[in-house]
Design a protein around this ligand. Sequence first.
Ligand code: PLP
Length: 446
Amino acid sequence: MAARRERAVRAAVERGLLGPDQPVVGLLDVAGIRSTAAGLRAAFEEVVAPGTPILHAFAVKAAALVPVLRLLADEGLGCEVASPGELALARAAGVTPDRIVLDSPAKTAAELREALDLGIAVNADNPQELDRLDALVGHRAAPPPPLGLRVNPQVGGGSIDALSTATATSKFGVALQDPGAREWVVRAFTERPWLTRLHAHVGSQGCPLELMAAGIRAAYELAEEINGAVGRQQIDALDIGGGLPVNFTSDEITPGYREYAQLLRATVPGLFDGRYKLVTEFGRSLLAKSGLVLARVEYAKSAGGRPIAVTHAGAQLATRTVFAPDAWPLRVLAYDAQGRPKAETGDGPVPQDIAGPCCFAGDLVARDRRLPELAAGDVVALLDTGAYYFSNHFAYNSLPRPGIYGFDATSADGDVRFATVREPQTVDEIVVESGAKHALGLSRLR
Ligand SMILES: Cc1ncc(COP(=O)(O)O)c(C=O)c1O
């Protein structure tokens, strides 16, 4: 991974993907993505009864980029979508409806109707959404696509509150341990023969594997109870969500899918005995370690004795890192202006701030970080940024979305090939999306 990365950084600088006019880019390691996807498939194939259908639906929110969805589809993955935009991206990538799952806490009636018309599986979030599905299913001649209900097993949260979805008061799903909720869920299934799935996503980064497994065990036990009450295998698929955390401190991939799949088998053996189809929804763990942001150091300055490298990667790209630095620390590597690892001077690494281009003081992606002292024209790399960085742009200061390029650095002759994933956004595009055609709209109002 590191060797491919070094070659790609050098080549990106040499070919001008990064330079004075394009001072920030995102790179994606295609070999890394392919091997991670293959690792996911293999890990679950090892634990399921032979022939068990499994859909690994990539959580599009983690990298909402059509070529990425297409690459993952080539590797046998589908898509989990949570908005009309994400659904449109999955379809633009050629992912077929039977390989798409729609989850979101706020689906409109029109979105639900579209999903049913297209044949896309839906996980309802709450009783009111189930009422909407009742109306839609009742009016259809054809059988609906797979429909399920999301439950919140309320097993607790992880170290990042904002990403813990199985807390007592989480906004997601039906809170299973609330008074009367379990009985309501069992009844909801017995009254609806077409409701055939249960869904639980316990949380994302920061959730221990044991907590995730406990939540999935709760969903499995509920499915068994419902099937027992109905007297047949009405629930025939369990959607276990995503959430495998990513190690942001080294190149090591830990925990891995295998560890998680083995833990699930030990915690919920019945889940894998072939009676249930499985759906997974991993996002971050599939892409994070295969992506990096490269940014030029525009200026190197000093304040109060602290060296500061002012770069072009800040809150617009690394929003969570800037606003919640303790929860989302990033590794930073230093390169020279030719894209070669920056050598340390005799005094060793220098504690310095790595700042972004946004106009607020807290726009720092790393504080007091020990690195070879950076100079204007150098390059910094923000590692492990393949998920939730490229597609979660924050339009502060009208900074453009950077270009994203995939690379193949596996060739024996050392050549690195690049493919465009997304063009850099232009200033003209920013002007258009900022209301340019309505320029006089407010002035004409009294
Ligand atoms: C319902 C659902 N599934 C899957 C995911 C993906 O989680 P992760 O990227 O942590 O694997 C999320 C993340 O928010 C989610 O809300």
